[in-house]
Write a protein that binds this ligand. Structure first.
Ligand SMILES: NC(=O)c1ccc[n+]([C@@H]2O[C@H](COP(=O)([O-])OP(=O)(O)OC[C@H]3O[C@@H](n4cnc5c(N)ncnc54)[C@H](OP(=O)(O)O)[C@@H]3O)[C@@H](O)[C@H]2O)c1
Length: 230
């Protein structure tokens, strides 16, 4: 797709990956509306992007619809939805608090799915870019619910890609552990020993390229840890 002039909504722009992606897309010429919860982070970003930031809570399905409608109104349409919301939770699967388990599925699966549903009618010829995680392919101990939610999201995106192939493209991004500090903002528990986080700037570059190139997935090679676009 042509990014110059593209109308883009980034949900999760208050976060590390989402903020960097919003900025990179702006630099590529796109008109980018940032959305999230952290008002201070969004305000700073909207100064750079020259658009009005939108506040939303991804666990509230009504709020997912409202944020999409707000972006469509502000931009006069939508060419790309980018979803980078996510939260981790750690601990043994059978010991996880029920409320934490629910929130992990709401933020990492049900909310992103609601955003894609809300945006789909506007994305004729456009793209839905959703960040799941390598955990969708490699579920990991101490992260059962986070892994399962990402896996559910990736499975759902695969079906949407087929069902909506004549309407829009779906780009599922499944990066490895990154250097963004996500694990320090977990809903519960302490992270297990993790490898050094890969540079999130590499993911940003790949996503921008993949959006241009009509790619469908960015995955992590299980053997080498490299990002592969396909
Ligand atoms: N970092 C990693 O190691 C890694 C690896 C693979 C995949 N990922 C995925 O990459 C994406 C970006 O993560 P990141 O590393 O950039 O982490 P991050 O900086 O913590 O960003 C997470 C984003 O999710 C948003 N969010 C969380 N709960 C929300 C809610 N209820 N409503 C609205 N927004 C909510 C946060 O918004 P507020 O700050 O405004 O609350 C923030 O913008 C996530 O989907 C994550 O699962 C990360």
């Amino acid at each position: 797709m042509e990014l110059d002039g593209a109308k883009v909504l980034v949900c999760g722009a208050s976060g590390a990956l989402g903020g960097a992606l919003a900025t990179a897309l702006h630099e590529a010429g796109a008109r980018v509306v940032p959305a999230g919860r952290d008002a201070a982070a969004l305000q700073e970003l909207s100064g750079t992007l020259g658009t009005t930031a939108l506040d939303f809570d991804v666990v509230d399905v009504g709020s997912c619809r409202t944020v999409v409608d707000g972006a469509v109104e502000q931009l006069g349409g939508l060419d790309a939805l980018v979803v980078t919301v996510g939260v981790a939770g750690f601990g043994r699967a059978v010991e996880l608090d029920d409320a934490v388990a629910e929130e992990l599925f709401a933020v990492n699966a049900l909310g992103p799915m609601a955003l894609v549903r809300a945006a789909a009618p506007h994305l004729e010829g456009g793209v839905a870019v959703v960040v799941s995680a390598v955990l969708a392919d490699l579920p990991t101990a101490q992260m059962a619910d986070y892994s399962a939610a990402k896996s559910a999201l990736a499975t759902w995106l695969g079906v949407v890609r087929r069902e909506e192939r004549r309407r829009m493209r779906v780009l599922d991004v499944r990066p490895p552990h990154l250097d963004t500090g996500l694990e320090t903002r977990a809903l519960a528990g302490e992270p297990p020993r993790l490898p050094q986080g890969a540079p999130s700037s590499d993911v940003v570059t790949r996503v921008v390229e993949a959006m241009r190139e009509e790619a469908k997935e960015i995955v992590t090679d299980a053997r080498t840890g490299e990002l592969l676009t396909r």
